[in-house]
Design a protein around this ligand. Structure first.
Ligand code: C2E
Ligand code: MG
Ligand code: MG
Length: 701
């Protein structure tokens, strides 16, 4: 009984203990379920694995299934398996076991975190390991997503930053770093304001913050400054990020550098205002800038000067060497012009070889002269183009505000008139506008009108100037020189009207008449038995360009019975240079007709004898400017002597013009000059006077 009592008491005690144990196990299970934390025990001696209910749940295995270590390994995907196994083997040797790895549950991947300790028996021998396993799949997913977002942020080509609510930068991606030139360290903690340039209007920022506050999003254009100082436009998109409680926690901004697009737009705007070839202001922008400069000048009562610049001989260079060379020359001229003036002055190309410079503030008129002089010198320097040395020069006309005009149009007109005078004065010089120039311009217009009438009314006559053989003084030819018998002005010399005739094209009619009349006169002298004369006739550029020139000359020669060498045509160097291939062909055709060809005014142009030698010419006419000072100016003497020597070596005959005295005659004769022409032997006079003198009869009239 007593024994039974004892048993009964023990039974009750056991029951109580079992209940307590059960309760404790239930609680543990509950706690494990809440924490998603399972536990396990691996008996290494028997390779038996015991899992808690939560562990079965985590591994998706029906509870109670008997397991061993390999069953655990089998549930780890191959890519993690070796790593976990190695960690466990290391743990068995004493290393801590704390590992995150994947497991496969019904074809799905889960992440677990495991920790374990080793268990030893009382004798200190290893029994196994006890550990925990926690399902961390959700945390891993969140981490992965975060990593992904971070890498998107990092790798994005679009520059992006994140700021905290106080607008302090907390992250900046590499694209942002590249765009701004600031390192992350320099950016973090800063207000993005450090990137602002003064170029963005304050109003834009105000609107930006207002819109962000109201709508949580703003986009627009901002001008920022890179670390290197460069200012650039960017397209910005900024969002505010709010907490669940509605308070702004961050701002995120993404930015696109739009300088390239802007540059393209800018280029289009630039082209509209600039000359594409030289980059100078074009006519359109020149006019508005001149207006602007005039307004300032008016307000501040200062002078400004307009310099109208025209390149001498540009057309020749363009025609002979081709447009690419011409273009390069113009570019170089533009560069030199800009180098001659201040940045505040205007340099423009109005087209062709016409340039304008506006000196936006001069104190004295002489300031304009100084700049004009500097420009002339600069433009006259050699141009190195395609390995060739070229020379050009310019003529400049200057108009000054307010004396020569108070608005753009009148000022330009004054400068243009002055330019015309500069060209007339022999080029490579500058002229100021004077009212006398206006009078001259008006006179020119009248002359032009009257010249047209003169062509119709045949108001021209020819005077002839004798040419003699230098060695013997024997009369050998005459040069026909045209005059205009003006009803009121009397006899007008060719210098006064030939240039106008050239420009207006009237020269073709006048020249044709001159040729006809000169040939007729020579025929008449022949029939009268007067000497063995050669007739020299001046040919203008336009005449040489006319397609019917050769046919006309052929017909005249035939009609008036002229022979080989009876007719000599004089052309100037620039005419010969103008259209070389066409000109050369035409000259050859004339030569084939037995016509002699002469280069007139030799020494005043720019061409070399070597070049002229390519032309079928027989005669050089040494310009009278060299003959004039031949005895007094050693330079002129040297040029004349050298030209003579060169001409001789090329087999050309030399005629000296403007011989007025015996000393000149003797000098030229002694240097081997062939023919002389000048007042010393006779001034140009009408045919009748010569007929009378040569046939021994008294002069009629
Ligand atoms: P050019 O062909 O060189 O003619 C020579 C000029 O020098 C002539 O002037 C003549 O009068 C002048 N002269 C001759 N000897 C002397 C002298 O000893 N001293 C000085 N001081 N001058 C002298 P002109 O007649 O006034 O002719 C001027 C220019 O007009 C000519 O220069 C020629 O280029 C052009 N010209 C004349 N007639 C014609 C023509 O029928 N057609 C064309 N296209 N041009 C012509
Ligand atoms: Mg002549
Ligand atoms: Mg001459």
């Amino acid at each position: 009984m007593c024994r039974n009592m004892e048993e009964a008491v023990n039974e009750v005690k056991c029951q109580g203990l079992r209940q307590a144990l059960q309760q404790s196990e239930d609680r543990l299970r509950h706690v494990q379920a809440i924490a998603q934390l399972g536990s396990w025990y691996l008996d290494v001696r028997q390779n038996r694995l015991t899992w808690s209910d939560e562990t079965y749940k985590i591994f998706g295995v029906p509870p109670g299934e008997p397991l061993c270590y390999e069953d655990f390994l089998a549930r780890i995907p191959p890519e993690d398996r070796a790593r976990v196994d190695a960690a466990w083997q290391a743990a068995l040797k004493g290393a801590p076991y704390d590992i995150e790895h994947r497991i496969e549950v019904d074809g799905q991947i889960k992440w677990v975190h495991e920790k374990a300790d080793l268990v030893f028996d009382a004798a200190g021998a290893l029994q196994g390991g006890v550990g925990t396993v926690q399902d961390i799949t959700e945390r891993k997913r969140a981490e992965e997503a975060l990593l992904l977002f971070a890498s998107v942020f990092e790798k994005s080509g679009e520059a992006a930053i994140v700021t905290d609510r106080d607008k302090r930068i907390i992250a900046a991606n590499p694209a942002f770093v590249a765009m701004t030139g600031y390192s992350p360290a320099e950016l973090i903690g800063q207000n993005p304001r450090i990137l602002a340039s003064q170029q963005t209007p304050r109003e834009t920022y105000r609107q930006m913050w207002e819109t962000l506050e109201r709508e949580g999003y703003w986009q627009g254009e901002l001008w920022n400054r890179r670390k290197n100082g460069e200012i650039y436009p960017q397209w910005a998109a900024i969002s505010s990020i709010r907490n669940p409680d509605g308070k702004v926690s961050h701002y995120v901004g993404s930015f696109n550098d739009i300088s390239e697009r802007k540059a393209a737009e800018e280029r289009i705007r630039y082209l509209a205002h600039h000359d594409a070839l030289t980059g100078l202001a074009n006519r359109h922008s020149f006019e508005s800038r001149l207006e602007q400069a005039l307004l300032t000048a008016q307000r501040e009562q200062i002078r400004i000067a307009v310099l109208f610049i025209d390149l001498d001989r540009f057309k020749t260079i363009n025609d002979t060497l081709g447009h690419p060379v011409g273009d390069r020359l113009l570019q170089e001229v533009a560069r030199r012009l800009q180098a001659c003036v201040r940045a505040s002055d205007i340099v423009a190309r109005l087209g062709g070889d016409e340039f304008v410079v506006v000196l936006s503030h001069i104190v004295e008129i002489s300031d304009a002269a100084a700049v004009a002089d500097k420009i002339l010198k600069s433009l006259a320097n050699a141009y190195e183009i395609d390995g060739r040395q070229l020379y050009s020069a310019a003529s400049i006309g200057i108009g000054v505000f307010p004396t020569d005009g108070i608005d753009g149009v009148s000022l330009m007109k004054s400068a243009d008139t002055a330019l015309y005078h500069a060209k007339e004065r022999g080029r490579n010089n500058f002229q100021f506008f004077t009212s006398a120039m206006n009078a001259a311009a008006a006179e020119r217009l009248t002359l032009e009108r009257e010249l047209r009438a003169a062509v119709q009314n045949r108001q021209f006559e020819l005077h002839y100037q004798p040419q003699v053989v230098a060695a013997s003084g024997r009369l050998c030819g005459v040069e026909a020189l045209v005059r205009w018998r003006h009803p009121e002005l009397g006899l007008v010399p060719p210098d006064k009207f030939i240039p106008i005739a050239e420009e207006t094209g009237l020269i073709e009619a006048i020249g044709a008449w001159v040729l006809e009349e000169a040939c007729r006169q020579l025929g008449e002298w022949r029939r009268a038995g007067i000497g063995d004369l050669q007739m020299a006739v001046n040919l203008s550029a336009r005449q040489l360009r006319a397609a019917d020139l050769v046919a006309t000359v052929r017909e005249l020669i035939a009609r008036h019975g002229l022979g080989e060498g009876d007719l000599e045509l004089e052309i100037t160097e620039s005419v010969a240079m103008a259209e070389p291939s066409a000109a050369i062909d035409r000259l050859h055709a004339l030569r084939a007709l037995g016509v002699r060809l002469a280069i007139d005014d030799f020494g005043t142009g720019y061409s070399s004898l070597a070049y002229l030698k390519r032309l079928p010419i027989q005669t050089l006419k040494l310009d009278r400017t060299f003959v004039r000072d031949i005895e007094t100016d050693p330079n002129d003497a040297a040029i004349s002597a050298a030209s003579l020597a060169l001409a001789k070596s090329l087999g050309l005959q030399v005629v000296a013009e403007g011989v007025e005295n015996a000393a000149q005659r003797d000098f030229l004769a002694s240097r081997g000059c062939d023919v002389l022409q000048g007042y010393l032997f006779g001034k140009p006079a009408p045919a009748g006077e010569w007929t009378a003198r040569w046939s021994g009869k008294p002069t009629a009239g």
